[in-house]
Design a protein around this ligand. Structure first.
Ligand SMILES: Nc1ncnc2c1ncn2[C@@H]1O[C@H](COP(=O)(O)OP(=O)(O)O)[C@@H](O)[C@H]1O
Ligand SMILES: [Mg+2]
Ligand SMILES: [Zn+2]
Length: 385
């Protein structure tokens, strides 16, 4: 069988298969039930959250002659005809590659022909923010007075690039980033279906790396399947994705907090020898220290963070061993480096200098504190000259 990417193979075909966008799915189904279809929809949101998938599902559902609670029946002549990708009534246009005024003129000309087999002729214009200014103007005219049988669904990841005139003519739906919990559920379902074994914690890690995009999550999952011999462990995910393991981050963090310069430097050398990318390490460390501060300051930290139990207890110990000031200092100093990593030719040196800077800063403050304490006790004991 031809190999098909996971995210293509698992493109939702019905509203029931869509995850994490309940607010949108419910509204769209209600519009179908009450027969209140608008003429222009705008789907905005991060890539891989379901805009194109839902546009296609909706385009079919509004044409179904026997919809059940807003869901296409799949059996009526309209459903059968529209399931054929060559049908003439659902027209998908990728504005990234068709962004000129001529492309929109083509649409304007075809809009005058009624649908061939169904009730509505649906134009799905993906990446609509890519249209040129004159193309937007041409589109606007069509959006202003479309024939009754025409429905436009515009989709974009960058809604701020759309002119107000377009925005004001559409019903807008903002797609949400999908929660880790929901993504884990989806991964579980898919892994079970394709017959892959996995550790629970590996699922959470993959889901958190996907950062709310289902598509990105599935792409990461796919490389994990390919490279981990059908048994996806937490460690294999850290290795495949190149993120620094929590174990290594905890070690570095402990050395910084205890100001153990010698061990810190030799540990970093060992990582460098393994080919570690220090820009990535820097980013991972900032996130890790943020996790530590969440553990230090939130009661429900364990449910907020996806960490294996053993690492979680180690992080808890780190959180207890230091105060908020040092955590804030690490985060602010290292996160401000983000830009510099782009331009430096020696990212290891950049990282080391700044980490050592953190240790020294602390030293100075501690020495100052000691001097203040000494002065205070002298004042109290009346020993002051
Ligand atoms: N809400 C979702 N529910 C289920 N799968 C999704 C969802 N969003 C994205 N996907 C997965 O990602 C792939 C790409 O989704 P797509 O609808 O093209 O996203 P977008 O248009 O927002 O970039 C789909 O084929 C599917 O595998
Ligand atoms: Mg899309
Ligand atoms: Zn039908």
């Amino acid at each position: 069988m031809e190999h098909q990417a996971l995210y293509r193979r698992f493109r939702p075909k019905t509203f029931d298969e869509v995850i994490g966008q309940d607010h949108i799915v419910t509204t769209l189904k209600n519009q179908i039930v009450s027969n209140q279809i608008s003429h222009a929809y705008l789907f905005s949101g991060t890539r891989g959250t379901g805009k194109t998938s839902i546009a296609k599902i909706f385009a079919k559902a509004i044409n179904c002659t026997e919809p059940q609670n807003g869901i296409a029946c799949g059996k009526c002549p309209a459903c059968i005809a529209l399931n054929n990708p060559d049908n003439l009534d659902i027209i998908e246009i990728d504005a990234a590659s068709n962004n000129g005024v001529d492309n929109i003129r083509d649409i304007k000309e075809s809009v005058i022909y009624p649908p061939t087999i169904s009730k509505y002729k649906v134009y799905i214009i993906d990446e609509v923010h890519m249209l040129s200014e004159s193309a937007f103007n041409a589109l606007l005219k069509t959006l202003e007075e479309p024939p009754t049988y025409v429905v436009f669904i515009l989709a974009t990841t960058e809604v701020h690039k759309l002119p107000q005139t377009i925005l004001s003519r559409c019903i807008r739906f903002d797609f949400k980033l999908v929660s880790i919990e929901t993504l884990v559920g989806q991964l579980q379902k898919i892994f079970d279906q394709v017959g892959v074994k996995y550790e629970e914690e590996a699922l959470k890690l993959i889901a958190s790396l996907g950062e709310g995009s289902v598509r990105d999550t599935l792409s990461i999952a796919e490389s994990c399947i390919t490279f981990s011999n059908n048994n996806i462990t937490y460690d294999s995910v850290t290795e495949i994705t190149g993120i620094t393991s929590k174990d290594a981050l905890a070690t570095i963090c402990e050395y910084i907090i205890t100001r153990d310069c010698t061990n810190l430097l030799s540990y970093l050398k060992a990582l460098a020898d393994k080919g570690k990318n220090f820009g990535q390490l820097n980013r991972d460390l900032v996130n890790f220290v943020r996790d530590i501060s969440i553990i230090k300051n939130c009661n429900n930290a364990q449910s907020l963070l996806s960490m294996p139990d053993d690492i979680y207890s180690r992080c808890q110990a780190i959180a207890q061993s230091c105060d908020n000031a040092i955590l804030i200092k690490i985060m602010s100093r290292l996160s401000s480096l983000e830009q510099e990593f782009r331009y430096t030719t020696d990212s290891r040196a950049l990282f080391e200098i700044n980490v050592l800077g953190l240790l020294n800063d602390e030293d100075r403050i501690e020495k100052l504190e000691q001097r203040i304490k000494a002065l205070e006790s002298k004042i109290i004991s009346g020993d002051c000259p």
